[in-house]
Design a protein around this ligand. Sequence first.
Ligand code: ADP
Ligand code: ASP
Ligand code: MG
Length: 455
Amino acid sequence: MIVMKFGGTSVGGCEEISRVVSIVRQKLDRKPVVVTSAMSKMTDLLYRIADSAENRQEEEMENLLNELRRHHVEVAEHLLVNNVDIMLETTSRLNEICDELESFTKAICVLGELSERSRALIISNGELLSSTILASTMNASGIRAVLVDARRMIVTNSNHLKAEPNIAEIESRVPRMLESECQGADVIVTQGFIASSTDGEPTVLGRGGSDYSASLIAMALNAEAIEIWTDVDGVMTADPNKVKTARRLDRISFEEAAEMAHFGAKVLHPLTIEPAIKKNIPIYVLNSKNPACEGTSILNNVHISDGVKSISYKENILVINIFSTKMINASGFLGKVFDIFSDNKVSVDLISTSEANISVTIDDGQNISKVLEELSSFATIEVDRGKAQISVVGQNLINHPGMLDKIFAPLDKERIFMVSQGASLINLSFVVDKEAMDSSIEAIHNAFFGTGKGK
Ligand code: ADP
Ligand code: ASP
Ligand code: MG
């Protein structure tokens, strides 16, 4: 059994969905479970629908809802034109999903109040719509596909917009449901991203969370492999949209992939690796637009060579500088500071300390007002939004003599603010001015991988 996850751009339109069907058809002997994201840009559209409902902008909301409905119905009509029965059944289901969403958002519009629970419910609709179209297109093409609602399998806590999975419950539900409901199916189709809490409330796994859904399902099924089908040839030496000379990596370790993803490589959701490590399931990152390309294999580290593999970055970070004269000889100061971050569920990325100052970086977008308020009661706080974080990742990186020099020599004209060498020896991260980020990434990439085009 394999789990194949298709991202938004891979199911972005008629041509893309047809391509997915042909990729899946070639793997039927491996009993695929297909996990799909929403069609590209549709989750963003749903966020805008939620915002306009909250702000009581009814006309704007109606326009966006119509756009959502039209887009999906048109794609379904086009793909299913040769099978009128399936087409009618599918468009009626799509309309039903959109009708329910419309009445829900209208109610929100009247109230002018949107809870995280309601937002999770609204943004779950992208995957419900795309999976309906994908399963129908497979059935119309002669592949027996059964659509299973991921919200009945992926159980989480009630942190609605970035929910944490309940592993034991998932491990028990996924095989049970798929066995009982999918007898005789060639393919099981389900949604990424969406889930429900133990109390049955709607939740989602956070932006980009479909990768995580796929690896949770693979873990629960003891799958042979997880395939992440996306819009680039694999995991690359840098974001190919940032560095034109980025090359595909043939193989990387679970740990390298986890560090890259955690430190900004959007190609994988940061938590995707965890369930795969638990069951030692290889992950293959593949390009749905170029299925002949071998992609990247993410494997147990015994198969992996040492050295720098990739440069990743985070542009939207905050540096929080905490100054206190009390820090001098004050045992417990660090503990007090980090308790505040942890009590408020704000996760810290990089840390550096001196006698009278602690600096940390965090992802922007987290609610930090309580953290700042509590820290301000005993320290002076400065928040800096003008910085970016760069991470160099590679197996046994730090054991290579001259590595630090090779990383920092190309940046001799830049100011480096924080440096943090990961305890795992496979990651070195530092902070630069935002304006210096692109040129710094490129300079380090050139130092390690040259300026020529890839393999
Ligand atoms: P999907 O919709 O398939 O989940 P994403 O947009 O989430 O796709 O992830 C793919 C994107 O990740 C690529 O288009 C690329 O711009 C970006 N990316 C960032 N870092 C890397 C990297 N090191 N290797 C490959 N892609 C990367
Ligand atoms: N559709 C969701 C998002 O855009 C999840 C995903 O694509 O992985 O964030
Ligand atoms: Mg993604």
